[in-house]
Design a protein around this ligand. Structure first.
Ligand SMILES: *Cc1c(COP(=O)(O)O)cnc(C)c1O
Length: 230
């Protein structure tokens, strides 16, 4: 209980220091607590310490926690790969999706989002490393997917997300995050009204803040090391 609270305080301090060193306002970076593999009770503890936004990778696991914690005013972000047979669960239960990587998934999510709910807030996942096996859209294909998403009534495009390979040092992490920033700026220059650059995890959040991240996704530094799956 105390550990999660202390870890959240430590992350808050890292974020404030990174913002100070990057000359940014700390309120411009939102903390997403990645609770994958941890029980609903851990999420409730983080919420008791003031955390509101939570990220899940595995759809069914996330939906189970969303149901268990429906009495709490939490904001749920889907940050993992989405198979087309899982889009309905995502559309019905999550508030945000960071991992849109193809038109089919975007269309299904929009169709399956209830008109009585706010549109799903979405980011396009961009593959900035160029790794062929990695999820995400190539930078040169992002604008076309953004144009399609802009026509879908159940979705509201907020920005882009990327999950680069772990970097050896600050300079290389900064370089790869700056590639994501460039894709984001180019979309804005083309007229897309965006405010979210979802970049940075436990190990590289300082570099991400320097590159302009507005949402860092932090798991192990809040909840501890993960044993299973991830
Ligand atoms: C697991 C995960 C994170 C958090 O990673 P940590 O290194 O534990 O902070 C962030 N983003 C995505 C997409 C993840 O899958």
């Amino acid at each position: 209980m105390l550990e999660i609270k202390n870890n959240l305080e430590a992350i808050g301090l890292r974020l404030r220091q990174a913002c100070a060193s990057a000359g940014r306002d700390p309120s411009s970076v939102r903390l997403l607590a990645v609770s994958k593999t941890f029980p609903a009770q851990a999420v409730a503890q983080a919420h008791a310490a003031g955390q509101v936004d939570f990220g899940e990778n595995y759809i069914q696991e996330g939906v189970d926690k969303i149901r268990q914690l429906a009495h709490l005013p939490l904001v749920w972000h889907c940050i993992g790969p989405i198979q087309s047979n899982k889009t309905r669960l995502v559309a019905e239960h999550f508030d945000w999706v960071h991992s849109i990587d193809r038109p089919k998934i975007a269309h299904r999510l929009s169709e399956q989002r209830s008109p009585s709910c706010a549109p799903l807030q979405v980011c396009i996942q961009v593959n900035v490393d160029g790794g062929p096996t990695k999820a995400g859209v190539a930078p040169e294909q992002v604008a076309e997917l953004a144009r399609q998403i802009a026509t879908l009534p159940g979705l509201r495009l907020r920005g882009i997300m990327s999950i680069p390979e772990p970097a050896a040092d600050f300079a290389s992490a900064l370089g790869v995050h700056q590639r994501a920033r460039a894709v984001y700026e180019s979309l804005k220059a083309q007229g897309f009204d965006l405010d979210t650059l979802s970049l940075g995890m436990s190990a590289d959040l300082e570099a991400a803040v320097h590159a302009g991240s507005t949402m860092v996704r932090v798991g192990s530094a809040i909840f501890g090391a993960r044993s299973a799956r991830a």
